[in-house]
Design a protein around this ligand. Sequence first.
Ligand SMILES: N[C@@H](CCC(=O)N[C@@H](CS)C(=O)NCC(=O)O)C(=O)O
Length: 265
Amino acid sequence: MLVNGKWTEDWQPVQAKDEKGGFVRQTSSFRNWVTPDGSAGPTGEAGFEASAGRYHLYVAYICPWASRTLIGRKLKGLEDVISVSVAEPLLGKQGWRFGDYPGATEDHVNGVTYMHEIYTRTAPDFTGRATVPVLWDKQRNTIETFLETIEPEGIRPATDAEVVARLGARPERLTLCGHSHLPGERLLGDGRRVANPGSVGLQAFDDDHPFRHIVENGDPKARYAIVESEQIAFHAVTYDHASAAAKAEREGREDWARALATGRV
Ligand SMILES: N[C@@H](CCC(=O)N[C@@H](CS)C(=O)NCC(=O)O)C(=O)O
């Protein structure tokens, strides 16, 4: 199981029994509802709107609860609407695994090897079992980058439709975002704007979450932006990047040293 986000090996699942030996169902950790308009259901957070292609189901065929969700998906005609990844049919030392056991699949959405990684992606300090089934919201996950979308093929500019979906009903005329370190601005058809001021500290990096991708601004200047009465001015300033790179090198970060010196990985 996971303890404060760390996988605890050799833990064997022990299912609770009542005094007659009957099965006691454990309370699910994430219990939210998908509703027609994203309003709250009886429990959990609001905001999970029914939307074709938005959700991904993680199952293991050996698990009766997971199999029931597959039956429900089939009976409701949702096979083209909800995608599925299938874990291998054994609970190993690290729990459910995506691998090459016949009938199992890779994790098509997050590219993880173990189911517990899905839990810590949502709740980095999660404590509890990493069970199947899980219904995963692909849209919220991609909010980590706003003006870009990260896919198995790498990073690409988000489409306007993706940016609109991430903004939801936010009324603000200007939304500032971060994380990708790529300065830029997007004006949407409804007049709302989203801007990324860029990064002061790091002009290039590579990352493997949620998929391997590379970000490069191509020069070492520090980026920031100033917003004044709805106008955003982007700045790229020269500074003593050589000293910063030398410090990174002294501290054993050659990757950062190169990124600081050149803006490339
Ligand atoms: N919260 C789930 C629990 C389902 C469940 O217990 N799944 C089992 C397999 S049938 C599991 O993933 N066990 C993993 C573990 O206990 O570590 C539900 O009620 O739907």
